[in-house]
Design a protein around this ligand. Structure first.
Ligand code: GLA
Length: 660
């Protein structure tokens, strides 16, 4: 298994490189990522390349059998490039051009910038194609980071107009799709079409969604430009990109993943904010973008911070986060960063080593992991995650709801996480999938807030249900056509018949207002779960009621219903529940479809499985600070300790088992 660190030799005196390589090797590291912001050193002036220093750094690492992933340095163009071509700088939605002095400051649509990018990537690829230490490439760095997913320069505006012409064919079609008759916005010339600038208080929803799609496509196309060069010149190398997760929802990650060999991502478990379920959700999304195992290209290895410093990972955290990543499908772990830099914008973003380069507690923990992975890593690489439950992620829904959130407390990713968190609490393995995935593998498919519903998706879901599948929809589903116009049919639109309900009316609730939910099968109101944010009042068209509202003017009216369709079932959930609601709902649904947890565990202990052929590896991770008793119904051997465990066994604080 590849296990390594992000290394910036250009930040340190050359005399130090051999010692770094030696310390890395002693910690079990066998890969580094290099060069991803080093454009100014690699091409100090236009057309003059200097690879000597990087060759020597690679040689120092290779002397210790450490392999190299090269980053293409295009997230940080040199000052000369921007001086010579100031038009490559990105323009913000308020019309202001950003200044040189940070990173991700350029427009990826700019023909000039694309040409410069091609030149540096080509030069690097030609130089390193036959270097035996180099095994692959990371393109650029975190597309979309620092609010860079969308640019508002004139070149982008022209490119957007061309993209629209391609999509709609004629202005008549575009005017119809966007409903431009509203507020006299009918276009008679393509060049009149604006971007959704900041001073346009509420852009046309069709334009707003199309601009997000266009900008996502532009990032994907820019990445492809580099992928094509690397594929042509370095056919033996892999090509990846380091994705972001968490709240980031600005680029269609299914599209961005398509051209890559595998997805990588940057995992910064913020001790102030993230819990194990959130981290698990992020890993699950990342695995989902390409439906396969992934790399963590940056794994937190020290206190994060730029101007202020965040909390230090507690003893055991780095190891636990690493195993959690592996449990969810990571095939390689690379820590950010080897050594904390003494200068620059990230002077306080700590790595494995502190500023002084001395090995301390975090180094020892990385080394312990290194020893363990030397023993077990290769058994795990390539093992699959197999899930019986899937959550559909739809980027059109994410984008459309960004433009029009419907309720200030509705956020697409947060909403999907409500379902995920409850499944995770129960140790039920989940996949994140696009709507057009093969659904037959799944006993249960959840498609929350499937807001923009094309007829092909509705037909795909219906086919799945008719063949025996069970699907769940909920609030704001089927509201929009692909052009982002509201449908002219009762909600949930094209899946109303499948769900056997229509939405008689809806109520967007003010923050803090909650409505009790009365479960039909359990009429006790003692600990009734509650609905919040949104209430769809359902009219039954063949479905059976599961829960009703217990308050407001729609008291007693249906809130949740299940419908039989073909050989399967569709559930419609008309509200956003509290945690107690999802606990009840998913408890009942999992029982209905006969999905069982991987393992029953106490709170704070996570179980997740990967499969190598018929061999299951069950990861059990104790995220708490105290020992936990876990009951193992069968005998297992722990790959890490070699112990054979059965019945009530104790898992130490922040400790991990890999059970076979
Ligand atoms: C991101 C980037 C890195 C670095 C880290 C820490 O994930 O990819 O270059 O900036 O964050 O801030």
């Amino acid at each position: 298994m590849y296990y390594g660190a992000d290394y910036y030799p250009e930040h340190w005196p050359e005399e130090r490189w051999p010692l770094d390589a030696e310390m890395m090797a002693e910690a079990g590291l066998n890969i580094v990522r290099l060069a991803e912001f080093a454009w100014a050193k690699l091409e100090p002036e236009r057309g003059r390349f200097d690879f000597d220093w990087l060759d020597r750094a690679i040689a120092a690492l290779a002397a210790r059998d450490i392999h190299v992933v090269l980053g293409t340095p295009t997230a940080a163009p040199p000052a000369w490039l921007v001086r010579e071509n100031p038009e490559v700088l990105r323009v913000r939605a308020d019309g202001r051009r950003v200044h040189f002095g940070f990173r991700r400051s350029v427009c990826l649509v700019s023909e000039t910038y694309r040409a410069h990018s091609q030149r540096i990537v080509q030069a690097m690829a030609e130089h390193y194609r036959d270097n035996p230490a180099v095994v692959g490439w990371q393109i650029d760095n975190e597309f979309g980071c620092h609010d860079s997913a969308r640019c508002y320069c004139d070149e982008c505006r022209r490119a957007f107009q061309a993209w629209l012409r391609e999509r709609y064919g004629s202005l008549e079609a575009l005017n119809r799709a966007w409903g431009t008759v509203f507020w006299s916005q009918t276009y008679t010339d393509w060049q009149d079409i604006p971007l959704p600038y900041a001073d346009v208080e509420q852009p046309n929803p069709g334009l707003a969604l199309d601009y997000r799609r266009f900008a996502s496509d532009a990032n994907v196309a820019y990445q492809r430009l580099q992928v094509e060069i690397l594929r042509r010149l370095c056919p033996g190398h892999f090509v990846t990109h380091n994705f972001m997760a968490g709240q980031f929802q600005e680029l269609n990650y299914f599209d961005l993943a398509r051209d890559l060999d595998f997805v990588s991502w940057d995992n910064y478990p913020d001790l102030r904010r993230s819990d194990p379920a959130q981290l698990a959700f992020n890993h699950t999304c990342i695995r989902g973008w390409k439906g396969q195992s992934f790399w963590v290209m940056e794994e937190e290895a020290g206190p994060p911070g730029n101007t202020v410093i965040g909390p230090s990972p507690r003893p055991g955290d780095i190891r636990l986060w690493t195993y959690q990543a592996i449990a969810h499908g990571a095939d390689a772990i690379v820590y950010f960063r080897w050594r904390t830099c003494r200068f620059g914008a990230e002077e306080y973003w700590h790595g494995i080593l502190d500023h002084d380069g001395k090995p301390r507690r975090r180094y020892c923990e990385v080394q312990q992991m290194g020893r363990e992975l030397e023993r077990v890593g290769d058994e795990i690489v390539g093992a699959e995650v197999r899930s019986q439950v899937a959550i559909v992620f739809d980027w059109d829904a994410a984008f459309a709801l960004q433009a029009q959130p419907n309720n200030p407390d509705l956020n697409y990713i947060d909403h999907l996480r409500r379902y995920f968190t409850e499944l995770h609490r129960r140790n039920v393995s989940v996949d994140i999938i696009p709507w057009n995935a093969d659904l037959r593998h799944y006993k249960l498919v959840l498609a929350p807030m499937f807001h923009v519903l094309p007829p092909e998706a509705a037909a795909h879901f219906e086919k799945y249900v008719d063949k025996g599948g069970t699907i769940l929809f909920d609030v704001r589903t089927g509201v929009k056509e692909a052009c982002n116009q509201a449908v002219d049919m009762p909600l949930p639109g094209l899946v109303a018949d499948l769900c056997g309900v229509t939405v008689a009316e809806y109520d967007s609730l003010p923050r803090g207002l909650r409505v009790p939910l009365l479960i039909d099968a359990d009429p006790s109101t003692a600990a009734a779960p509650e609905g919040q944010v949104w209430c769809d009042v359902l009219a039954l068209q063949g479905a059976k009621v599961i829960a009703r509202y217990g308050g407001q003017y729609y008291a007693c009216r249906p809130a949740v219903a299940i419908n039989t369709h073909g050989r399967g079932r569709a559930v419609y959930v008309g509200t956003v529940g509290d945690a107690a609601f999802y606990e009840r709902l998913l408890g009942w649904l999992l029982e209905t479809v006969d999905v069982r947890p991987l393992l029953e565990t106490p709170a704070g202990v996570e179980a997740m499985a990967r499969w190598q052929g018929t061999q299951r590896m069950l990861f059990v991770l104790n995220h708490t600070d105290s020992p936990q008793t876990v009951t193992l119904p069968a005998e297992h051997r722990d790959l890490l300790s070699g112990q054979v465990l059965h019945g009530a066994a104790t898992l130490g604080p922040k400790d991990v088992w890999i059970l076979i």
